[in-house]
Design a binder for this molecule. Sequence first.
Ligand code: C2E
Ligand code: CA
Ligand code: CA
Ligand code: CA
Length: 277
Amino acid sequence: MARRHRHSHQQYIEGQDEQHLRQLTLIRDLQDAVANGELWVAYQPKMDCRTGTVTQCEALMRWRHPSLGFVPPDEFIGLAERSGSIRMLSQWLLEHVCAQLETWQRQGHYLSVAINLSASDVVDQRLALRLAELFERYQLAPESLSIEVTESAVMQDVDAAMGTLLELHRLGIRIAIDDYGTGYSSLAQIKRLPVDALKIDKSFVQAIDTQKDDLTIVRSTIEMGHSLGLEVVAEGVESRTSADLLSTLGCDYLQGYWLAKPMGSEQLTEWLDSFTP
Ligand code: C2E
Ligand code: CA
Ligand code: CA
Ligand code: CA
């Protein structure tokens, strides 16, 4: 008994070591991921519930590590935040997305792309200036970009974040609160920020077709959001029934596997060409 216990404890320690080693490897290799061309962007469309058309999508970062393979963003974004390389990644993403937007506009696709910002991006005082330069270089209207930021990222340093968000807003960039419902802020607090939209977290949305409580939460979030003049987006829409429910509740946009999974830019172009509302 005691021996087996010691054995499992040993395995636990080894598991921890392995995990730690993987993290150190990822942190080290993130430094070169951009230069080595290991990053790419997946785009997931959002549908306008009223018209059934697709005019927006979300950019989601992807990393294929040369030996470890696909590393999920839930793993590497956190490591990049803690190790200080997130700004480099965000900068690459911004540039990449703006170039893509220019390509799409040349092809006649007038999409607006939402990018996710981390806590250290929203306190970056040069972010707005860099974006203004990118709009100029790629001849983009500021409405072609929007940002998604979580309340927890904003609350880490509200004053600094407020400054950046106001500057972005002044440029004409729309701002959405991501993962809404998972944080601790009230809508009243959120309303003090220059925010245009709420994105209801997928944990509330995924099961609205079967869970009455989730449906109640989503319904009242949509109502409160609207009464404060905010657009409401639902993420994690996985069934036709959920999509229909959300449209009935007056949700403005929906996103999820039911509509489409995130995909590469060329695949999205094809998807858009064949999509009929
Ligand atoms: P998020 O911003 O909340 O993005 C939504 C996540 O839900 C994405 O996971 C997306 O693929 C997934 N998803 C979309 N539709 C469905 C659905 O119907 N059902 C389910 N179960 N999931 C769905 P992904 O791409 O793995 O990204 C995870 C998180 O990593 C993102 O959550 C975001 O917080 C972060 N992330 C991704 N790309 C970036 C980035 O470029 N910058 C930053 N700062 N964070 C990023
Ligand atoms: Ca997001
Ligand atoms: Ca989200
Ligand atoms: Ca998230």
